[in-house]
Design a protein around this ligand. Structure first.
Ligand code: F6P
Length: 546
């Protein structure tokens, strides 16, 4: 048995789970009129109401005790202090240094990294200013009005969802595109829609070796030259962000156009680094800085707040409760704000690439559940598709609702409807509708008694489905920064409890390597002799039909 399961808190939670399963949240609310107030917390612009969870005070206390027994506090301190907690890659994990607005130094291998952090941030600021003021022009002297950001994974999702979410803050006259997929339709569609003289390509790749990003950049470069621009014009239109500066220079990037990032910034934690350049170009540096400050506020909260008032710790431990004791395998994110529609996809990479693992830091295989499947989409759209399953299937799926109390340029009626849907869904999940209530509804219909009983059974809503409600005073750069950091830290805390290295991603490697071999086979540079019959058949079919 793994040591996590031997902790006192774990055993207590195992004993509590069957007892809690017998209770309905409806009754918990009825018994305790203060429940909503008691289980609501506010940090900066974010309010978390976690009262609609299947927990008693004893469960919450024990979950926090479990966090203590797993040394979560010490592990958090170690991360912020620059210790090499990413043991398999022998790296510190310091995305928090990128938004360190204190005057405290941050050391990696005995060196304070803050000067480099500030230098790069300054470069992002200066470059953004030059583009916006028209000082940096395209090769024909025209100002830049289009940004095409090329990158994938963490070099794509963070910048994309932040830019999308901050639409009300977009710099007038600047349009931003994000291209990730190696599927040529995407880059081609974008290239077909832009003006070569006024476009800046930002190539983002921490490793500078990612196939999709390299190929899309080559395609963009070839297109650029085919439009009549010269090789010498490339420097005005192509910049790169990478921790592999040498590879970027080899690729042909001008030295002054390469924005560095440190190897202690993980890809899925990198939007705060120069990987955030497209954000700064889209909304202006002032707002990019506000985003960093919002994240910094959450960093301070994580480190300073006691566990019982600590938003990331509470969200994390509720997740542990459902995953390890209540049978949940997935967790849904439901933002009720159209501009946040990409947020579930962002957290999906953040969470699943971090905690989708089953080997612990001490090299053992887990005998308990780890990271859940993260999924979801914007409300109200989901209500008309997958909510059915959350309401009436027997799969336990905890959800996080998200709703901005104030929005920009929104018709009041629409916003009121959005609010009523969001709150109404959370209420329906919690309270459900009993068989008796359903039967009562159809009591005067002209159905037979047997039909009434059958229909009432179909209409019964069990309820007792847990949800968190995250309310935002407003979705501005600062709040968004805090929110993203909140989820980063939730993932960190869960990884600490489960004993994982949340900062490597070995599981993505094999597919890349085999994919490269398959590419060589398709191109006729490698024989198909030594591969399995199914893959060989697929390749042959592809070659024959191409
Ligand atoms: O394949 C997974 C991954 O390594 C992610 O972790 C990363 O965010 C993405 O690929 C892109 O990597 P890079 O920024 O090095 O191109």
């Amino acid at each position: 048995m793994h040591k996590l399961r031997k902790t006192e808190a774990w055993s207590t939670l195992e004993n509590l789970a069957p007892l809690v399963k017998r209770h309905h949240m409806r009754d918990m609310f009825e018994k305790d009129p203060d429940r909503a107030k008691k289980y609501t917390l506010k940090v900066g612009g974010i309010t978390l109401d976690y009262s609609k969870n299947r927990v008693t005070q004893e469960v919450l206390d024990t979950l926090l005790a479990l966090a203590e027994q797993c040394n979560v506090k010490q592990k958090i301190t170690n991360m912020f202090a620059g210790q090499q907690i990413n043991t398999t890659e022998k790296r510190a994990v310091l995305h928090t240094a990128l938004r360190n607005f204190s005057d405290k130094p941050v050391y990696v291998d005995g060196e304070n990294v803050m000067a480099d952090v500030h230098n790069t941030l300054k470069r992002v600021q200066t470059f953004t200013k030059k583009v916006h003021s028209g000082e940096h022009t395209g090769y024909t002297g025209k100002s830049i009005n289009t940004i095409v950001s090329i990158g994938i994974g963490g070099s794509f999702l963070g910048p994309k969802i932040v830019t999308e979410t901050l639409k009300p803050y977009w710099k007038k006259g600047i349009k931003t595109h994000f291209v990730a997929n190696v599927d040529g339709c995407h880059i081609q569609d974008v290239l077909n829609s832009i003006n070569v003289e006024r476009t800046l390509f930002v190539m983002s790749s921490k490793s500078f070796s990612t196939q999709e990003t390299l190929q899309n950049t080559l395609t963009a470069k070839a297109w650029f030259l085919a439009q009549g621009a010269q090789q010498s014009d490339i420097a005005k239109h192509f910049v790169a962000v990478s921790s592999n500066v040498a590879a970027a220079l080899d690729f042909g990037m001008a030295k002054e156009n390469v924005f560095p990032m440190a190897d202690w910034v993980g890809g899925r934690y990198s939007l705060w680094s120069a990987i955030g350049l497209p954000i700064s170009l889209a909304v202006g540096f002032k707002h990019f800085e506000a985003l960093l400050k919002g994240a910094y506020e959450m960093d301070c909260h994580l480190q300073d707040a006691p566990f019982e008032q600590n938003l990331p710790v509470i969200l994390a431990m509720l997740g542990v409760w459902y995953r390890n004791f209540m049978g949940a395998q997935s967790h849904a994110l439901l933002p009720y704000y159209h501009y946040m529609r990409g947020f579930p996809a962002y957290v999906q990479q953040l969470d699943m690439e971090s905690n989708g693992k089953s080997t612990t830091l001490d090299g053992r295989t887990v005998d308990y559940g780890t990271g859940p499947i993260i999924w979801g989409s914007e409300g109200t759209n989901g209500q008309h598709s997958f909510y059915q399953l959350i309401h009436q299937s027997n799969l336990p799926i905890p959800v996080d609702f998200m709703f901005p109390l104030k929005v920009h340029n929104q018709d009041e009626t629409h916003h009121n409807m959005l609010a009523s849907n969001c709150f109404g869904q959370a209420q329906a999940l919690m309270q459900g509708k009993t068989f008796e209530e359903c039967l009562d509804d159809i009591s005067t219909s002209n159905l037979s008694e047997a039909e009434k009983l059958s229909l009432a059974a179909h209409k019964t809503m069990p309820g007792n489905h847990p949800s968190n409600m995250l309310l935002f005073d407003e979705v501005n750069p600062h709040t968004l920064g805090s929110l993203i950091a909140l989820y980063e830290h939730k993932v960190l805390v869960q990884g600490c409890v489960w004993g994982l290295n949340s900062f490597d991603q070995w599981g993505v490697e094999l597919g890349k390597v085999l994919g490269n071999d398959v590419f060589d086979m398709i191109e006729g540079e490698m024989s198909l002799d030594n591969i399995d019959a199914s893959t060989a058949q697929l390749i042959k079919q592809f070659i024959n039909k191409r």
